[in-house]
Design a protein. Structure first.
Length: 231
């Protein structure tokens, strides 16, 4: 059982970089990766469970999408994360637990108290939706596109990615650094030149649209606003 507190939930490799060698010595025996709750030598506790399909993106019951790069999802108190690694907590989700809670895994569903992460199902295309509108990512600057320059099997995920859309929409001072860190974890083989000029356009749910690209400059074209010429 894990004690009450504010926890990071996500791939622990993002927030336990300094402790990774010790983490591996505790959770790996021979060729087997152990699941469960553990403690570092200094007493800091964590829980870790392998995902059903290794690396990828997995839906969390609180609406977050969790990227995985080490084949596992775990939890650790935010206060127990080394100061140098706390800048990476946005790569997961932060949850407050008022009481001690159990952790477990069954059929690909990883549970941390009332929070579940389903790693046993194929990740559907996730969207960031607010007030009935969907966030669409596009890069209007010339030189490199965003989704239009992506591999066809990833283009839709890149177009709507909710985590990156939220970062871009918030427009914090270091939004480009955060967005690039997330993108490189999710799509390490993709060209990310269009990230520099990323913007979000909010479209009502159900809007039919397409992304037009010319010389790397992307724009959103809405079906109902297009005028066709008849020969």
């Amino acid at each position: 059982m894990m004690p009450a507190g504010r926890y990071y939930i996500g791939d622990l490799c993002y927030v336990m970089d300094r402790e990774w060698d010790e983490f591996c010595s505790i959770t790996i025996q021979g060729r087997e990766c152990l699941d469960g709750e553990f403690a570092l030598a200094d007493g800091r506790r964590f829980a870790t469970y392998g995902t059903a399909y290794g690396d990828g993106m997995y839906p969390c019951s609180n609406g977050s999408s969790l990227g995985v790069d080490a084949g596992l999802i775990g939890c650790i108190r935010v206060d127990d994360i080394s100061e140098n690694d706390r800048d990476s907590i946005y790569l997961g989700t932060v949850v407050d637990f008022a009481k001690p809670f159990d952790t477990s895994e069954s059929n690909g569903v990883i549970r941390f108290g009332h929070i579940t992460v389903d790693t046993g199902t194929t990740m559907k295309i996730k969207r960031l939706i607010r007030d009935g509108k969907v966030a669409v990512l596009y890069s209007p600057g010339f030189g490199a596109g965003w989704s239009t320059w992506a591999d066809s099997d990833q283009a839709q995920h890149i177009l709507f990615d909710p985590q990156i859309a939220d970062i871009v929409d918030r427009r914090d001072e270091d939004w480009r650094v955060k967005a690039e860190a997330v993108a490189r974890i999710k799509w390490p083989d993709q060209y990310l030149g269009g990230l520099e000029d990323l913007q979000v356009q909010w479209l009502p749910e159900g809007t039919e649209f397409r992304v037009h690209e010319y010389d790397g400059s992307e724009s959103i074209e809405i079906k109902d606003e297009l005028v066709w010429t008849v020969a």
